[in-house]
Design a protein around this ligand. Structure first.
Ligand code: HEC
Ligand code: HEC
Ligand code: HEC
Ligand code: HEC
Ligand code: HEC
Length: 495
């Protein structure tokens, strides 16, 4: 028995394949055990450690295991003898003892293999499980994923795993994601990925396999009242209220009810967009009751507008920022004032905060000192007395604005204000819903997709001093006049 081991060891150690194989397999095994113990004991808490423990060592171990038989095979070729002959050197082939030890060797190898399989299986199951955690996805490639990780932690989905939206269910999805992940690791390792990461993410699983596992379309009904507060840029940063009754209903077959009508079971909308960017529509189609599709074609596009894919409309066409929610500078400040983090009693707070965070800074560090210099400079120059009295409030404003900046702007990934716009609604220069709901997409019968202002929401107040202004107005005619006035002024020229 012992003789056979010696023969085997001698055989595989005469060439490099065998030598490297043995060293790799044993050393990675021992290292894995040591690291795993250290991790269990809490000595390492670093995420990279987990990556190394679960990915690198099992891989090295496997390579070692493959190299050993190659080494042995080369040895048999070299010596021109069979395995059996080589192992049994010094014994005659008919030796009874040799047969016995032969089967014992087989048993030992079998047991060792079993142990290896259990070890490898355990390691890779744990490895796969570990790779499913948001910590892994969000922090392993720190610079690359930092923006997504930051926005994710601050979103309604902070407790939903990355893989629940990005991978979906089933073995196909799993394999696909691991292959894609491996490709991304290579890109990250050689620093050849694009900055910012391009959107739309074409490889995202269909929403039916992800979003609809937790939110299902039948559950949207009625309307949702939403009050949005904007603060003016005047000296007191006066609050202005906009209240919408968002018609979020899915509706019933045969009836168009509201915003989630698009994703009702019996409805289907599909479209082709310029360069598949989902921004400028070439045409949009809606399935009709008889199964045919009614097409609305964009009258304002050049003939060479190009699309490769036809996309079936789903959640992500509106909720493209379901979790990686970047704020625009104005809403970010409004939100911090509303939460009481920024003190509105500081003169021109809104205006100055806005110009502090939107100035052009070359990097994160310059922004931090720039924001501080801007704010404390402004109050010291213009309101020296207040600067003295409200030092704490100014200091807090600086800290809060620096945090707003770091949450939304990531120089290393070239993410600036507006890099990842949201498709919900129609803010500023973003068309959002108006990508389709506009007068330029026209069907053969001359009809367009509805775009009047109350298709999607009622308006109960718009930049007024109270949240329900139009309800407070005495007579219906006055109310209509007010509505009409602001529609005329603000929105009629939007396209
Ligand atoms: C609630 C679902 C959801 C969760 C959870 C989620 N994502 Fe996303 N993610 C999306 C959607 C939807 C997009 C597609 C945006 C688009 O196509 O415009 C996206 C896009 C991305 C992008 C492309 C860049 C960008 O911001 O659009 C990256 C990178 C990304 N996610 C990483 C992550 C990581 C890392 C996690 C976990 C820390 C995570 N995601 C968790 C839904 C999710
Ligand atoms: C694993 C379950 C899960 C998945 C998958 C999931 N969500 Fe959610 N979603 C939640 C939970 C939980 C909340 C938070 C509910 C709350 O806080 O009231 C939420 C909240 C939301 C909200 C409301 C946010 C708000 O401000 O009120 C939207 C919109 C949303 N999800 C869209 C999506 C979209 C789009 C997808 C697919 C890209 C998705 N969700 C995938 C569980 C999930
Ligand atoms: C046509 C665009 C559109 C599509 C498609 C769409 N949504 Fe929405 N969804 C909206 C809008 C607009 C709101 C209201 C926004 C708000 O609350 O500020 C909303 C609200 C929600 C909410 C919050 C509801 C509440 O009661 O607060 C959830 C959750 C949600 N959507 C999930 C989904 C999921 C999941 C899908 C896909 C099955 C989906 N949405 C498809 C536009 C859309
Ligand atoms: C890809 C194009 C597309 C986008 C983007 C889109 N819609 Fe639609 N929407 C349609 C089509 C097509 C119809 C059905 C039009 C028809 O056949 O009359 C529709 C119907 C509706 C209806 C039902 C109207 C009715 O006739 O009863 C509402 C409400 C609606 N959409 C709201 C929204 C909102 C809110 C958004 C943005 C968050 C949005 N849509 C974005 C294509 C789109
Ligand atoms: C196709 C659907 C649709 C149409 C048509 C539409 N809106 Fe909207 N509107 C939305 C959605 C969705 C939001 C975003 C709600 C949110 O913030 O979640 C919104 C937001 C708004 C806001 C609040 C913006 C803010 O953040 O302060 C105002 C004001 C508004 N709409 C006015 C109008 C006016 C005026 C018209 C007519 C020209 C119009 N809308 C037409 C869907 C629509």
């Amino acid at each position: 028995m012992f003789q056979k081991y010696l023969n085997f060891l001698r055989g595989i150690s005469v060439n490099w394949f065998g030598k490297i194989g043995v060293v790799l397999a044993t050393s990675s095994f021992i290292t894995f055990i040591i690291l795993e113990f250290a991790r269990i004991l809490g000595i390492f808490t670093n995420q990279y450690m987990g990556l190394i423990t679960y990915l690198t060592f099992p891989t090295l171990f496997l390579i070692g295991l493959v190299l050993i038989p190659i080494g042995w095979w080369r040895y048999t070729k070299q010596r021109g003898k069979s395995t059996k002959e080589l192992l049994n050197e010094r014994f005659s082939p008919d030796d009874v003892v040799a047969h016995q030890t032969g089967s014992r060797l087989f048993l030992t190898v079998a047991i060792l293999t079993l142990i290896n399989v259990i070890f490898m299986g355990g390691a890779s199951v744990r490895g796969l499980h570990f790779m499913d955690t948001p910590e892994f996805c969000g922090t392993t490639c720190h610079t690359v994923m930092n923006p997504e990780w930051t926005t994710y932690q601050d979103s309604p989905h902070a407790r939903v795993k990355c893989v629940e939206c990005h991978v979906g269910e089933g073995v196909d999805a799993l394999i696909d994601s691991k292959l894609n992940g491996a490709r991304q690791m290579v890109l990250a390792a050689f620093d050849i990925y694009s900055r910012p990461i391009p959107t739309p993410v074409h490889r995202l699983r269909p929403a039916r396999e992800t979003c609809e596992k937790c939110h299902w379309p039948d559950k949207f009904y009625g309307s949702k009242l939403k009050t949005i507060i904007h603060y003016d840029r005047d000296s007191t940063s006066t609050p202005k209220y906009t209240t919408l009754g968002l018609k979020i209903d899915t509706g019933h077959p045969g009836e168009r009810a509201g915003i989630h009508w698009h994703i009702g079971k019996e409805n289907e909308v599909r479209y082709a967009s310029v360069n598949d960017e989902r921004k400028k529509m070439i045409w949009v189609e809606v399935r009709q009751e008889d199964g045919s599709f009614k097409r609305y074609t964009n009258q304002r596009l050049h003939e060479d507008a190009h699309a490769e894919d036809i996309r079936t409309f789903d959640c992500i066409d509106c909720h493209n920022r379901a979790t990686h929610i970047y704020e625009d500078p104005e809403t970010a400040i409004d939100d911090r004032i509303r939460k009481g983090l920024l003190d509105r009693s500081l003169p021109y707070l809104k205006r100055e905060a806005l110009s502090a965070i939107t100035a052009n800074y070359p990097n994160q560090a310059a922004a931090m000192s720039g924001i501080e210099a801007h704010l404390s400079g402004f109050y010291q120059r213009n309101y020296p007395r207040i600067a003295g009295q409200k030092m704490a409030a100014i200091d807090q404003a600086i800290t809060v604005l620096q945090a707003v900046y770091n949450r939304n702007i990531h120089h290393q990934m070239q993410i600036e204000w507006g890099t990842y716009p949201s498709h919900i609604g129609h803010r500023g220069t973003e068309d959002g819903c108006f990508r389709c709901h506009n007068q330029n997409l026209v069907a053969e019968d001359g009809s367009t997709i509805a775009y009047d202002c109350t298709t999607c929401h009622s308006i109960l107040s718009n930049e007024e001093d109270s949240p329900f202004k139009y309800l407070e107005t005495p007579s219906e005619t006055d109310r209509n006049a007010m509505m009409h006035e602001y529609l005329k002024n603000e929105f009629m020229n939007w396209y």
